[in-house]
Design a protein around this ligand. Structure first.
Ligand code: MG
Length: 379
């Protein structure tokens, strides 16, 4: 059930103060504006495709690993917990969380790097900006407007970071990157919930894949602290349950710290409104210093021992070549793409840069398995 506005903190995103949608629409009779955003995201094509997109492990490597879809659901779960505890808008954090990875290419970060390389002369490719492009332009579902026509606050939350050059072309949405202001607290929560989710589920997936051992994980302070507590109480616990029990305790510790520390910060800042939040020079939703350091150390550990591990790189490096082959094929023969992409790429006013962007949109939208099939097909 939607929270009533009266229950929200004064500095939460209150939907009656929304900066609105790009194309005006009448209000829905029984749903709030952010609920409606969330529903549009769940019904969109890009959201369904997340189930076949790599988070860390290429989708067909195993059925038990996280995909972009399950990752996004875990982000939403953590973000909603924090939002409710801080009396912020749960519908908005959920909408942002579910949409935050819509712009990801197939094959995770390897795919993004490959496509960014292909787009080097044409303005580059950045998955975060692409997520916004998906909801603003690429989803073609509604008769009256392009994209999903989401509210400003959801779009503000989706665009986590942005270069100054890209920000200049984004109007009001880009201003905060040029003026160093913050987004709403709901956006800040979704952003940190993303990091909490992947840090934790990647330990689990890395252990399951046999890449991270218990001894390696125990080098991490956050992990070892919970390991000792669980091991003392349940010395006979088998590894799978042990890992899960440790990880759920880590999530609990980090989320509790985030709520407590942010509560203290809000008490000292005493903001009156969402605009007071936006005017801050620094992020308000932050972990306490010691937990922040442990959390960052864990992120660096995963970077080194999981994301750059030989086994993970072998999976993703193979896919880099596929993205490059596909991109070049469509550049030289746009007719290999579906009609609507081909038409945009070859319109009489389309230059090389427009054509490349259409191709990047098409390739980025692919699932892992579709990209593999297309690659094998064009060869
Ligand atoms: Mg994410």
């Amino acid at each position: 059930m939607t929270q009533l506005s009266g229950e929200l903190a004064p500095y939460a995103a209150h939907e009656e103060q929304t900066k609105g949608r790009r194309y005006q629409e009448p209000a829905a009779p029984y749903r709030g504006e952010y609920q409606r955003d969330r529903d549009r995201i769940v019904h969109c094509t890009a959201f369904r495709r997340l189930v076949y997109k790599t988070q860390v492990f290429v989708n067909h490597e195993g059925d038990l690993y996280r995909t972009r879809l399950t990752h996004s659901l875990e982000v939403a779960q953590i973000a909603r917990t924090v939002a409710r505890a801080l009396r912020l808008n749960e519908d908005l954090v959920e909408a942002i969380s579910l949409a935050h990875d819509l712009g990801h290419t197939p094959f995770g970060h390897a795919g993004q790097d490959a496509l960014n390389g292909c787009m080097g002369e044409f303005g580059g490719f950045e998955h975060n900006l692409q997520s916004l492009r998906v909801v603003d332009e690429l989803e073609a579902k509604y008769a009256d407007f392009p994209g999903l026509n989401l509210t400003f606050e959801t779009r503000e939350g989706i665009l986590k970071h942005c270069s100054a050059r890209n920000a200049q072309g984004l109007g009001e949405l880009g201003e905060r990157f040029l003026e160093r202001r913050q987004p709403a607290l709901e956006a800040q929560i979704a952003n940190i919930a993303d990091a909490i989710a992947y840090n934790n589920h990647d330990m689990d997936d890395g252990f399951r894949a046999g890449i991270l051992s218990l001894d390696e994980l125990r080098q991490q302070a956050l992990f070892n602290e919970q390991y000792l507590a669980v091991h003392e109480r349940y010395p006979e616990l088998e590894d799978r349950r042990l890992i899960y029990e440790i990880i759920r305790r880590i999530i609990n510790k980090v989320v509790t710290d985030l709520i407590d520390n942010t509560t203290r910060r809000l008490e000292s800042l005493a903001p009156d409104s969402i605009e007071d939040i936006r005017a801050q020079r620094d992020v308000v939703v932050v972990l306490s210093e010691p937990v922040y350091e442990e959390h960052t150390a864990l992120k660096q550990f995963l970077n080194k021992h999981l994301y750059r591990h030989q086994k993970v790189r072998e999976m993703t490096d193979r896919s880099k070549g596929m993205i490059e082959v596909l991109f070049e094929r469509y550049m030289s023969d746009p007719g290999r793409m579906p009609a609507e992409f081909c038409l945009s790429a070859t319109a009489h006013d389309a230059n090389e840069s427009t054509k490349a962007r259409v191709i990047a949109d098409y390739v980025a939208g692919m699932t892992d398995r579709f990209a593999i099939a297309e690659h094998d097909h064009v060869n």
